[in-house]
Ligand binder design. Structure first.
Ligand SMILES: *Cc1c(COP(=O)(O)O)cnc(C)c1O
Length: 497
């Protein structure tokens, strides 16, 4: 299996190269040359395996340059009860008749990004060894909250790596800040920037592309790499849990092998739902992929009209991980849907950069309609949905997941489609405790973050994840606050060069 760049189809690299490079030199994203096949018999067999083995089975089809032992090394380190609170890793909760919650948040940071970021460090270090890049990998991350913490947990104490995370001093939630400042591990660093997320991100990008910094790293046996969501090494682990969920439902007798399901995904950067698309085209029987957005509904409009237009107001919502106007992974979908037409991808994404808008062809519009349904909801509807499913089913979900539930309910009412449905549940309700508690109690409360967590625990029957419970008493290790001008020197100093 080789990987092509969405902006230059003549680029052809191995998975190890795609993962270490992160993004192609032409600015394109790496996509597998073809989507490997998974038969129904294989799916049945996958249902009999434990999660790490399910993952190894899927990875063997995509990472064909990895040996079986290398894949095992990655899966066994990532997907064990050492890192996840449930044996099944991706737990399925039955919400109501024919609707299932795929709980992807039982990892160390309580959001679905752990599913990929627990394994990415092993993919990266293994890939670097394979292509004989005998260097220490330095990960720089700019974060608005969830990604930074998940990357820190993934890379902590992984041999041959070190990680440095920058966050905006006043731009993350109190819980997220505590999570990062108390981070454990001997190869980690965390620093606040006096500025907003863009300042952090621009600073990191400037350091990544600074030739003299790169040369200094090289002289010291180090190289930069990236843990953000355009890396193929973050996408492929997400395909696994959709295959896993389907196989599990067959095994439990909830569906017959071959029955179709719908999959609903609360979407931001389009990574998670694209993984579901890959699972479908490998062979998982899927009827509709339902793309759920919050009021930043650029994707809803795109799927319904074929026009992508980011020229609109940006809203900060109670589902902040979906507050996004440029969904990077859409580029991969469009590359597939145009039959690998790199010229048209360059044209559309060039327009997106210059005018903030592009329109796809009628052929692609038809394909989008056939594969996807899309909807959105606002914060009031999100909170009302949390309240409603708590009332009806005694189930507490987070704000992102609630967006998906609401959009699914609307879809069902509109279409009458009764296909059994898996909803991707992307975060623990405790992670967004202020909005969740407000939704449950019907009013805002001014008690502190930890008291909110305790209060939700009283109301719901979901235990507080150990990782969040420990935060209250954990010592803070990282208190540095710097300006964006100091960022480069800070990186070099921290690396000891
Ligand atoms: C990142 C994130 C999303 C969005 O996922 P994408 O892959 O970017 O579409 C949704 N919910 C939560 C909780 C997240 O952290």
């Amino acid at each position: 299996m080789f990987y092509k760049s969405t902006r230059n189809s003549s680029v052809r690299v191995s998975s190890a190269e795609a993962i270490t490079q992160g993004i192609s030199v032409d600015g394109g994203l790496f996509v597998p040359e073809q989507i490997p096949e998974l038969t129904l018999d294989e799916i049945r067999a996958v249902g009999e395996m434990k999660y790490a083995d399910r993952a190894a089975h899927i990875f063997a089809k995509y990472l064909t340059d990895f040996t079986e032992a290398e894949i095992r090394y990655c899966t066994d380190n990532a997907y064990s009860t050492k890192n996840f609170e449930t044996e099944s890793i991706a737990e399925i909760a039955h919400l109501f008749d024919g609707t299932y919650m795929l709980e992807l948040w039982h990892g160390p940071t309580c959001a679905f990004k752990d599913m990929a970021l627990q394994i990415l460090p092993y993919f990266l270090t293994t890939s670097a060894k394979k292509i004989k890049l005998d260097k220490k990998i330095v990960i720089l991350v700019a974060t608005s909250g969830d990604t930074g913490k998940a990357a820190l947990e993934g890379f902590r104490d992984v041999e041959g790596t070190s990680i440095l995370v920058f966050y905006p001093e006043d731009g993350v939630s109190p819980m997220q800040k505590r999570q990062m400042k108390t981070q454990e591990g001997s190869n980690v660093g965390v620093c606040a920037i006096k500025g907003n997320f863009d300042d952090c991100q621009n600073g990191v990008k400037a350091i990544f592309t600074n030739d003299s910094v790169k040369a200094q790293l090289d002289q010291n046996g180090m190289m930069f790499s990236s843990a953000n969501s355009i890396n193929w090494g973050r996408l492929v682990p997400q395909v696994v849990y959709y295959v896993s969920a389907y196989a599990e439902l067959v095994k439990d007798g909830e569906i017959e092998l071959g029955d179709k399901i719908n999959i609903v995904v609360p979407t931001g950067n389009f990574g998670n739902i694209l993984a579901a698309y890959y699972a479908k085209h490998m062979g998982v029987p899927v009827n509709k992929l339902i793309c759920a957005s919050n009021i930043n509904n650029v994707l809803t409009d795109f799927i319904n009209t074929g026009v992508y237009d980011r020229n609109r107001k940006f809203y900060a919502t109670v589902s902040p991980s979906m507050d996004i106007l440029i969904s990077s992974n859409l580029e991969r979908l469009l590359y597939i849907m145009t039959g690998g037409d790199d010229a048209v991808i360059r044209e559309w994404f060039g327009k997106l950069a210059s005018e903030g808008r592009y329109e796809v062809t009628d052929d692609v519009k038809a394909k989008l309609k056939e594969e996807f349904a899309a909807g959105f909801c606002d914060d009031e509807q999100t909170k009302a949905t949390i309240h409603d499913i708590y009332d009806k089913f005694s189930y507490t979900c987070d704000t992102h997941t609630a967006v998906a539930v609401k959009v699914y309910n609307d879809y069902k009412a509109e279409t009458g489609d009764t296909t059994k449905t898996v909803i991707a549940s992307t975060a623990s309700p405790y992670k967004f405790s202020a909005a969740v508690l407000e939704a449950l109690e019907g009013k805002a409360s001014d008690i502190d973050e930890y008291d909110k967590v305790d209060r939700i625990a009283e109301l719901s029957d979901i235990p507080v994840p150990a990782a969040l419970a420990d935060l209250r008493t954990k010592p803070e290790r990282f208190g540095d606050v710097i300006t964006k001008e100091e960022q480069k020197d800070y990186v070099l100093r921290t690396l000891g060069i």
